[in-house]
Design a protein around this ligand. Structure first.
Ligand code: S3P
Length: 179
């Protein structure tokens, strides 16, 4: 089986979009972002989708988008942080995609999150630090379980993460060529 896509999974602010964009350019692949496709499809911002359709409504559109992008080829996919929560998403990605987890600590998430805003509805309240810690504690084992490759990315620049990832991808492709 040849898996020609790369999907970046991980918590909010892990750098999936920045690293994904950089990597796609470097590898000359198409870059897509599930959140951006969801916004295009619905004509609404992520914050408005959560407000109007609730998290469950958002997850339904997200699952449709994941199913579609997973059928692409030579694509780098930056996944919203909740994509691995649904088994159907993981199944769709596994068909033709190498799944990469960008690992960050909650401290790093808080550093990168910036001022309080509604852009990320799950971390939009004043208790967001506590919430980030709780969500990450629950999700991290799942991210690791789902991933083919884990890249620690705390305190690293985008080119540094992309460089590490490129090396790990080559290694992965070399050892899985026969699959
Ligand atoms: C979410 C992460 C967000 C976005 C939505 C839900 C999550 O994407 O999909 O706010 O459940 O972790 P980013 O990870 O790109 O911030």
């Amino acid at each position: 089986m040849v898996r020609s896509n790369v999907a970046l999974i991980g918590f909010m602010c892990a750098g999936k979009s920045s690293v994904g964009r950089y990597l796609a350019e470097r590898l000359q692949r198409t870059f897509v972002e599930t959140d951006e496709l969801i916004e295009k499809r619905t004509g609404m911002s992520i914050a408005d989708i959560f407000a109007l359709m609730g998290e469950e409504g958002f997850r339904r559109v997200e699952a449709d988008v994941v199913r579609e992008v997973a059928t692409g080829q030579k694509t780098v996919i930056a996944c919203g942080g909740g994509v691995p929560l649904r088994e159907e998403n993981v199944r769709a990605l596994r068909q033709g995609t190498i799944v990469v987890y960008l690992d960050v600590t909650p401290e790093q998430v808080m550093e990168r999150l910036g001022p309080l805003s509604s852009v990320r509805p799950l971390l939009a309240g004043p208790d967001r630090e506590q919430r980030a810690r709780e969500l990450l504690a629950v999700r991290r084992p799942l991210y690791i379980e789902v991933a083919d490759i884990v890249v620690p990315s705390d305190d690293l620049t985008i080119p540094q993460v992309a460089g590490r990832l490129t090396r790990l991808l080559k290694e992965y492709e070399r050892t899985h060529r026969e699959e």
